[in-house]
Write a protein that binds this ligand. Structure first.
Ligand code: PGA
Length: 243
């Protein structure tokens, strides 16, 4: 199916500029509404974005004191204290350096006796917060958003997913070996992501060229999860040279 996309495409000169443009969008949103509900992402791509947010906070340009956040995903079975966890990543790259209140920080729990229940509760918390005002996304080489791997139905909320082998391979750099990369994750669903009011997608590495081209093709299919974003009215894609 071909659709007319509302995407706003911004080509940045380089990685740093991409990070700055994205950070400016989030900072402007926080200035407009200090109680913004942030949707946050992990991975290599947004590291520069978080550096920019921390620098802006330290320069007194922005405060997170009234903001709330929900992260996209977490590995199943990885302790929050583990350096490979997304809890750890977020503390390290953002939360330890800004004035977010701990009570306002939310990440899905990867260690729970009843993961399905934890997923449903996470989904309910997002709704209760009035949904996410602005959601940051990266994209997997296979087109995943959050950890919604190819084939994930577009109409499910936060859930448990089996990671694609290509995702485990791509993320093994963060673990001692491929065997240590979890097989499952808890992730916001595509339905959750689409309920965000505004979405900012960052694309920056050579391994994402094919995903970038598929997104450009505007063909919407569950085989390519990011294509669901064409159904959202306010998506900004900030990309930079992928060579
Ligand atoms: P990356 O991952 O930013 O580490 O490339 C993005 C993703 O897989 O969603």
């Amino acid at each position: 199916m071909n659709v007319v996309t509302n995407f706003k495409w911004i080509e940045a000169a380089n990685y740093d500029e991409m990070s700055k443009i994205a950070a400016t969008i989030f900072i402007d949103q926080l200035k407009k509404n200090s109680e913004t509900v942030l949707g946050l992402a992990t991975g290599g791509t947004p590291e520069g974005f978080y550096k920019e947010l921390v620098a802006a906070y330290k320069a007194g340009e922005v405060s997170f004191a009234q903001a709330k956040s929900f992260n996209l995903d977490e590995y199943v079975g990885i302790d929050p204290a583990n350096e490979s966890s997304y809890h750890y990543y977020m503390d390290h790259h953002l939360f330890n350096h800004v004035d977010m209140k701990r009570d306002n920080i939310n990440l899905p729990a990867g260690i729970q006796s009843n993961l399905e229940k934890a997923a449903a509760e996470y989904e309910a918390m997002i709704k209760e917060a009035g949904n996410i005002d602005i959601q940051l996304l990266g994209i997997g080489g296979n087109g995943h958003i959050g950890f919604n791997e190819p084939g994930t139905p577009f109409d499910v909320g936060t859930h448990i997913i089996e990671l694609a082998q290509s995702t485990r391979e791509a993320n093994k750099v963060y673990f001692d070996s491929i065997e240590d990369v979890p097989t499952h994750a808890i992730t916001m669903g595509i339905k959750t992501i689409l309920s965000s009011k505004k979405i900012v997608l960052l694309i920056a590495s050579a391994s994402k060229q094919e995903a970038f081209d598929r997104l450009r093709s505007r063909i919407v299919t569950e085989d390519f999860p990011a294509s669901a974003l064409h159904n959202h009215p306010d998506v900004t894609v900030i990309y930079t040279d992928m060579k």
